[in-house]
Write a new protein. Structure first.
Ligand SMILES: NC(=O)c1ccc[n+]([C@@H]2O[C@H](COP(=O)([O-])OP(=O)(O)OC[C@H]3O[C@@H](n4cnc5c(N)ncnc54)[C@H](O)[C@@H]3O)[C@@H](O)[C@H]2O)c1
Ligand SMILES: O=C(O)CC[C@@H](O)C(=O)O
Length: 524
């Protein structure tokens, strides 16, 4: 039974896929109310209220996945989650329309002074001269960040007959052309726009993007809007430009500190505010909750998640093609780590044939995670494998080869240690399965599963018989046996499989037997 902590207020209807699932138990409580049992949860579902810190993560020892019912993951320490091997997912587009509509509502309210006029009339005043507004038609809207929400704003602005200038360093010309917007520099957007609205994530680059210097480049009488993240507009700088009248007004849904209890901006008549309401519609809350709920169910069913922040995202069709290679690679990693018992400096993976047409990064991460699993104390999986390898000074390379050594596809891995190196090659054949076809330079053919023994020995009459007798004498049944050698009378290997794990003493006994060079137990 998987246990999920739903720590923030989330649409009950959206949680239905989790609540109705018999293998999942949903507990709806704040983190502070379940401090004693935090280690029991497999999943954590939050909106923006719960701050997922490294400290909280360290208490949630069983945690496998964090889901953010919304876009921004800035309330989650994604680096700490990644290190702990926890998958982080979000609902990237469930609240796009609601936030775009809210931004537009803020824009029209701002230029027509609707909130101020509303308060005035309710105070029994009938003052029609103080609230003369500005038309949107014919004005220039500057959009900083033309992602999902920025795009919806642009479409609506066009319908309102506005000219749209956009600054987004990652915007393609064709998208700008399709939307009928002008893609230009930040300076142009700043100096030409009558209204500027920001729709970027909050990052090192976008923090204080509308700074003292950049606000100085704007038109006198400009309006600014932030329905993205507090901190993209420098609040101190905005106070200065509102005070000196350069900025005519601002509409803010988000703040550097929320709630903004001690914030000078709230004192300005020409600043209109909402309490982070962009995504607060029934539709958006249902969308984001059901998006992440379905993703969590997929995750626990071992299916790929499509909106992960710290894993490559794959569609189900793509994952189905990758799956056999993904599983093969993980087994190859496990075999390598059990055969190569020394410090490793490099892991080089070469893909050949059909597999090169697939998303190999995902396959490589699966291999690395198999390889590192028995070497590190912490949880290691596809999420944090590359990071852990880097921390341990293991370089990791991926390349493609046109030579498939007569197989339709192959994955070859060479691990280079301080003293030795070890190479393994695996293949996948539809309707036949995955096979290891080369181990440490020896041609072989075995199914990588179960409990195996890898014996390196001298190719001499009687060795195979001695191994069989020795195991027979202690009632160990050999399920299958494969042999391989480089030349007659030279070095050779045996791969034996068993129905149950072998005892370490058995391995030691075999190790002492005549003509046996080394013995390695491999559990897959
Ligand atoms: N107020 C709310 O309730 C609410 C709701 C949803 C989203 N949001 C916030 O709105 C923002 C936008 O969300 P989205 O879904 O459109 O995100 P998105 O990822 O689809 O778009 C972000 C855009 O910003 C651009 N960008 C990144 N760095 C930039 C930079 N330095 N300069 C200019 N452009 C840059 C990206 O290229 C991208 O096109 C996010 O901060 C999100 O957290 C707020
Ligand atoms: O949960 C919310 O209401 C805020 C959502 C919004 O800020 C987001 O980033 O998706």
């Amino acid at each position: 039974m998987f246990q999920i902590l739903v720590a923030d207020s989330i649409s009950e209807e959206g949680l239905a896929p989790l609540i109705s699932n018999e293998s999942i138990r949903v507990i709806q409580n704040k983190v502070s109310e379940v401090e004693d049992i935090l280690h029991e949860f497999d999943a954590l579902l939050v909106r923006s209220a719960t701050i997922v810190t490294e400290e909280l993560l360290s208490k949630m020892k069983n945690l496998q996945i964090i889901a953010r019912a919304g876009v921004g993951v800035d309330n989650i320490d994604v680096t700490a989650a990644t290190k702990q091997g926890v998958v982080v997912i979000n609902a990237p587009d469930g609240n796009t329309l609601s936030t775009a509509e809210h931004t537009f509502a803020m824009m029209t309210s701002l230029v027509r002074h609707i909130p101020q006029a509303n308060i005035s009339v309710k105070s029994r005043n009938w003052n029609r001269t103080s609230f003369v507004g500005t038309e949107l038609a014919g004005k220039c809207l500057g959009i900083i960040g033309l992602g999902r929400i920025g795009t919806e704003i642009a479409k609506r602005a066009k319908a309102f007959s506005m000219t749209v200038q956009v600054y987004d360093p990652f915007l393609t010309h064709s998208k700008a052309e399709d939307l009928g917007v002008i893609s230009t520099s930040l300076d142009d957007v700043l100096s030409l726009s009558d209204i500027i609205t920001v729709h970027t994530p909050l990052t090192k680059e976008t923090k204080d993007l509308l700074s003292y210097d950049n606000l100085a480049k704007t038109k006198k009488g400009v309006y600014v809007i932030n329905c993205a993240r507090g901190g993209i507009i420098d609040e101190q700088a905005l106070v200065t430009y509102l005070e000196n009248g350069h900025v005519a007004g601002a509409a803010l849904d988000v703040f550097e500190v929320e709630p903004p209890l001690d914030n000078r901006l709230l004192e300005f008549e020409q600043v209109i505010v909402t309490p982070h309401l962009g995504a607060s519609t029934k539709e958006a809350q249902l969308n984001v909750a059901s998006q992440v709920a379905k993703e969590i169910v997929h995750f626990f069913e071992g299916k790929p998640v499509t909106s992960s922040i710290n894993l490559p995202t794959l569609s189900r069709e793509v994952f189905e093609k990758i799956q056999p290679y993904y599983e093969l690679a993980n087994k190859m990693g496990l075999i390598l780590s059990q055969c190569m018992k020394e410090a490793v400096k490099e892991v080089n993976i070469t893909y050949a044939g059909l597999v090169t047409e697939l998303e190999t990064t995902f396959i490589s991460k699966s291999l690395l995670s198999g390889f590192l699993k028995s070497r590190v104390a912490s949880t290691v999986n596809e999420v944090n494998a590359a990071l852990i390898a880097k921390e341990r000074g293991i370089t990791f390379g991926e390349s493609y080869s046109s030579s498939t050594s007569s197989f339709s596809n192959s994955i070859t891995v060479k691990v280079i240690g301080e003293k030795n190196s070890f190479t393994i090659q695996g293949i996948y054949v539809a309707d036949y399965g995955t096979r290891i076809v080369m181990l440490n330079g020896f041609k072989i053919d075995f199914n990588p599963s179960g409990h195996l023994l890898y014996i390196q020995h001298t190719d001499r009459p009687g060795v195979i018989g001695r191994v069989g007798k020795l195991l027979g004498d202690i009632e160990v049944n050999i399920a299958t046996m494969q042999v391989g050698r480089k030349e007659i009378g030279g070095e050779a290997i045996m791969i034996l499989s068993f129905d149950a794990p072998l005892q370490d003493d058995t391995v030691k006994t075999l190790q002492k037997s005549q003509d046996i060079v080394s013995v390695r137990k491999i559990d897959l």
